[in-house]
Write a protein that binds this ligand. Structure first.
Ligand code: FES
Ligand code: FES
Length: 204
């Protein structure tokens, strides 16, 4: 059976057989956005797609430690970048302090926006471990919650900011790669791509 050029399998990513580069060279019609690759090709379904046009924040991931709307990024733009998704926050059974605070402050209601809220908050605490109330509000303003649970999310982030490990990766490092992060790294010169994704999972 002939394989479509934009079929990117998890196995190909893991084996580094050049799937990302194949998409990059296949022309605009075959370019896919980052959440599509994360969700449909790697199985990291914790990243949600709400509006799919850069308005709601449900798809927020960290790119090189900074929050971005993944739906506004083509997968090929992640070439050589570290992408951390919500699956990379917990360390085994141990929740990230932010996740723990979200639970304790009843942040998630329907939960659809939660992974995006978490990643925006994580990005904030990485660059500003002790934000003010206003700074948390400002950092989360790009994440819409249709359940309108904004105040609970802000309180949760403020509570987590009092935990000295909240600004770090669950491995204890403040930046750089994390074993529990979903990391996309493509080496253009070798025309290879690799994704290591532990802690994969999350409901669709
Ligand atoms: S799905 Fe990306 S901003 Fe809404
Ligand atoms: S918890 Fe329902 S959209 Fe935010």
């Amino acid at each position: 059976m002939t394989k479509r050029r934009n079929d990117i399998s998890r196995r190909e990513f893991l084996e580094g057989t050049g799937a990302v580069i194949a998409v990059a060279s296949a022309g605009p019609a075959l370019k896919v956005n980052l959440p599509e690759v994360l969700r449909d090709h790697i199985g990291l379904t914790g990243t949600k797609i709400g509006c799919d046009r850069g308005e709601c924040g449900a798809c927020t991931v960290l790119m090189d430690g900074k929050p971005v709307y993944s739906c506004s990024n083509l997968a090929v733009w992640a070439d050589g970048r570290e992408i951390q998704t919500v699956e990379g926050l917990a360390h085994g059974e141990q929740l990230d302090p932010l996740q723990q605070a979200f639970v304790e402050h009843d942040g998630p209601q329907c939960g659809f926006c939660t992974s995006g809220q978490l990643m925006s908050a994580k990005g904030l605490l990485k660059r500003n471990p002790h934000p003010t109330h206003h700074e948390v509000q400002a950092a989360m303003t790009g994440n819409i919650c249709r359940c309108s649970n904004y105040n609970h999310y802000v309180e949760a982030v403020l509570a987590a900011s009092k935990n000295p490990t909240a600004s770090k990766n669950s491995s204890g490092r403040s930046n750089g790669s994390s074993k529990s992060a979903a990391t996309v790294a493509a080496t253009k010169s070798k025309r290879s791509a690799a994704v290591s994704a532990t802690e994969a999972g999350g409901a669709r």
